[in-house]
Design a binder for this molecule. Sequence first.
Ligand SMILES: [Zn+2]
Length: 259
Amino acid sequence: MLIDSHCHLQHFELDERRAALARARERGVEGFLIPAVRLAEADDLLAFCDSEPGVWCALGVHPHDAASWAPGDERRLRELFAHPKAVAVGECGLDFFYDHAPREAQERVFRAQIEVALEAGLPVVVHNRDSNDAMLAILEDPAYAGLAVDLHSFAGGLDMARRAIPLGCWFGISGMVTFPKADNVREVLPELPRDRLLVETDTPYLAPVPHRGKRNEPAYVVEVADRLAAELRQAPDALRDLTTANFHRLFGRTQEPAA
Ligand SMILES: [Zn+2]
């Protein structure tokens, strides 16, 4: 059994979502976490999660959309977590590569969502691109001690990893681990705590070798997990069990029976 801890299936048409789930299940992928990128997606995502076993969502606002954050969104987000299949806050964070929203707004909206996560006792699914220093400054804020963080599609490098590990962060390993030039992604792997490793596709982006350049989908998390196992010199089955157990420990609500 294997779990794709980060797949944006909301970008697929409904019949394509179900077909992608079926192809993944055929390969032993039984769990799926779909991170929202804006609050307007929440109702659709929750309805989809309700219709499928083993499918959960994170709810939040991506840094690209931080400028859309409106008064009342914090309360709306808090209310949405009454739903048992909403298991994390996110995808939220910082993106200083694209800078689609002003950096000040990105930081403010990220902090607002961290507050919701702490209040609700939920983890945050974090996007971070070209923003290591600002990200660490926020995560190292003593007010956020105890926050559970999934650094999704981690590509932050050794220095970032060494500061994120003592904070208790978790690390989402994506298809980048298979890219020939991604030594920066692979070199950190031996240093990451095994009990805080997750695997993900980041569907529809970052398709792993040998699917590179195609639309990614959750079935390809098998290639991600197999490469991670090889890098760590672990048996593929052991790595599947490990990352599945890790997923349920971080996203504690996924252990509850579906309502
Ligand atoms: Zn994402």
